[in-house]
Design a protein around this ligand. Structure first.
Ligand code: SF4
Ligand code: FES
Length: 233
């Protein structure tokens, strides 16, 4: 089938404003938007810029907005995009560097803010540190996060409050707060117990709707809030 892909173009070194460029290509219904972008770049326009790596929903690098929904280009099929044009834009809530490439530095700085790694008690270094299967099960959902930032791009609370930590860092916080081996439970709760942390989420569920790993992002944030009420009040 013949389709039109309308891509938002912008080069921060050249352009003052973004503009749209439409590409005509032939595509199979089961092809992915990433396949289409690759074909455009390889055969029509080598200047088109976007990130990709694994091509299989693992690295999280090709997050963008496709027909108004933050998605991974390697997971979105042509047949799932309603026409006549397929509109591809960079992730909202991020500064565009070039075309579909956004500056991810502030996002990863926020993730690092929550210390997204296990901080075990000192005695854990000297012996095997076991975790019960039921405790590990609590992390089953959030452990799938690939830090693609679709949730942050889709979040109206991030749009409204530039200081809000955002959904992905809170998913990382959840992963450590509810890890039975972590020694910083209360400190971690205190770190997100404010209006720019867990309480900055207004339960709008946009993050949950777009997460390509089907993580219950909003529910995870609400569980953090409940844990704050239980342990800090
Ligand atoms: Fe991506 Fe989902 Fe992780 Fe957000 S929670 S960064 S949407 S995988
Ligand atoms: Fe790696 Fe899409 S290219 S997740």
């Amino acid at each position: 089938m013949d389709i039109k892909i309308k891509v938002q173009r912008f080069d921060s070194k050249i352009n003052r404003e973004p503009y749209f460029q439409t590409y005509d290509i032939a595509a199979e219904p089961n092809e992915r938007i990433l396949d289409c972008l690759n074909r455009i770049r390889w055969a029509q326009d080598g200047s088109l810029a976007y990130r990709m790596s694994c091509g299989h929903g693992v690295c999280g690098s090709d997050a963008m907005r496709i027909n108004g929904i933050c998605s991974l280009a390697c997971q979105k099929l042509v047949k799932d995009c309603k026409g006549p044009d397929i509109v591809v834009e960079p992730l909202p809530n991020f500064v565009v560097i070039k075309d579909l490439i956004v500056n991810m530095e502030p996002f990863f700085a926020r993730v690092n803010q929550v210390r997204p790694y296990l901080i075990a008690a000192a005695e854990a270094a000297s012996k095997e540190f076991k975790q019960l299967p039921e405790d590990r099960k609590k992390l089953d959902g959030v452990i799938r996060c690939i830090l693609c930032a679709c949730c942050t791009g889709a979040c109206p609370n991030v749009t409204a409050n530039a200081k809000f930590l955002g959904p992905a860092p809170l998913v990382q916080a959840f992963r450590c707060i509810f890890d039975s081996r972590d020694s910083q439970h209360l400190e971690r709760l205190k770190q997100v117990d404010h209006s720019d942390g867990a309480w900055g989420c207004d339960n709008l569920f946009k993050c949950t709707q777009v997460c390509p790993k089907e993580i219950l992002v909003t529910k995870s944030i609400n569980l953090i809030k409940q844990e704050i009420e239980k342990s800090l009040r």
